[in-house]
Design a protein around this ligand. Structure first.
Ligand SMILES: *Cc1c(COP(=O)(O)O)cnc(C)c1O
Length: 378
């Protein structure tokens, strides 16, 4: 079955007891056992819950994976994956990462005695050089946040396989509608379902998908042992969001491409980052490994922070807010918002300048969004 059909039906058969078309929100913490040790597959809702279970089947299906796990946030999913590591293990990560992932690696995982080496993602051979005998995991995002660089997943997957290393891809920015890292050779996919999968800026959630049964068994153990699971209601919201993922992503992309072309020609714009533009450095690679370019645009304004401040104060439809992937358009200033947890030297080294603005293009009418940008820029 095709993506759109699976997104609506997989894991979501009508309720056998009542015929309810929509999976109910099972607000229960525990389940009656028929006899000691005899139950219907559920014992306690941290371990398993039917609403979450439906979401987990749906997540696996839309990533073309075998096993899905749902979490209370993207960072909860990330923490659970990183629990696969033990003291003395080593991580190689791309250097253009979600700020919270960087903070987790440096301020938390580092204290477990697990060190991370960050690699300029434009340089795949450097990933190979960074591998040590104790390297257990490679962690990347693509497209990256906020510079929207594209990393060659197939090359990294080959490198990881050759060295018996787990390759994790945070697929939040592309969404499974536009990119399927497991098919390109990644071992684990991570999502902040807060973003495109939820799609309506009303829930915090995370996901992990894999086709490797051994990894799944370990991750399922850690999901229960650590306990960072989503509530049944949150699971239900993400499940509902996934049903319209395909139509939303097509609109996000259509609007983003239209606005990127407009902004690229605008005299107040110094530089634009959108993988769907032929001028993007890795446009060809993006075309090969993604089936679309997504709804995120970053741009550098002519000038510095003062120009950004003026722009942000004049814009109206684009709401000044962190996060992304909702139906409404958002504007974010990475240097102080999403990447505020990076020390300024680290931030500048990664190319996140003081005049950089990130747009999450929503699914409002493209002409209204264009008028809003034009008005704020002029
Ligand atoms: C938001 C985000 C996260 C963290 O997810 P939360 O749901 O906020 O915990 C991780 N990776 C990327 C790329 C994100 O955008």
């Amino acid at each position: 079955m095709q993506f759109e059909t699976r997104a609506i039906h997989e894991g979501q058969q009508p309720d056998p007891q009542t015929g309810a078309v929509i999976v109910p929100i099972y607000l229960t913490s525990t389940y009656q056992q028929e006899a000691i040790g005899q139950h219907k597959g559920y014992e306690y809702s941290r371990t398993g819950n039917p609403t979450r279970n439906a979401l987990e089947q749906s997540l696996a299906s839309i990533e073309n994976g075998k096993f899905g796990l749902a979490f209370a946030s993207g960072l909860a999913a990330t923490t659970t994956v990183l629990s696969l590591l033990k003291t003395g293990d080593h991580i190689v990560a791309g250097d253009d990462l979600y700020g919270g992932t960087y903070r987790l690696l440096e301020k938390v995982v580092n204290n477990w005695g697990v060190k991370t080496t960050y690699i300029d993602i434009d340089n795949i051979p450097e990933f190979e050089t960074a591998i040590q005998p104790n390297t257990k995991l490679i962690w990347i995002e693509t497209p990256t946040n906020p510079l929207l660089k594209i990393i060659d997943i197939v090359s990294l997957a080959n490198l990881a396989r050759k060295n018996n290393i787990i390759l994790v891809v945070d697929n939040t920015f592309a969404s499974p509608y536009f990119q399927k890292p497991l098919e390109l050779g990644a071992d684990i996919v991570v999502h902040s379902t807060t973003k495109y999968l939820g799609g309506h800026s009303d829930v915090i959630g995370g996901a992990v998908v894999t086709s490797n049964e051994q990894l799944y068994t370990e991750l399922k153990f850690y999901q229960n042992a650590i306990g960072a699971v989503p509530s049944p209601f949150d699971s239900w919201l993400v499940l509902r969001g996934i049903k319209t993922l395909a139509v939303r992503m097509r609109e996000h992309e259509k609007n983003a491409l239209f606005l990127a072309e407009f902004l690229a020609k605008h005299p107040k714009v110094e530089k634009i980052y959108y993988p769907g533009l032929p001028s993007h450095e890795q446009h060809q690679l993006a075309k090969e490994q993604m089936s679309g370019f997504g709804g995120m645009i970053s741009l550098e304004l002519k000038g510095g922070f003062a120009e950004v401040e003026r722009f942000a104060s004049r814009i109206q439809l684009f709401l000044l807010a962190e996060s992304l992937g909702g139906v409404e358009s958002l504007l974010c200033y990475p240097a102080k918002m999403t990447h505020g947890s990076l020390p300024p030297t680290e931030r500048l080294k990664r190319g996140i300048k003081d005049n950089l603005v990130r747009l999450s293009v929503g699914i409002e009418h493209s002409l209204d969004l264009q008028a809003d940008l034009e008005n704020a820029l002029s």
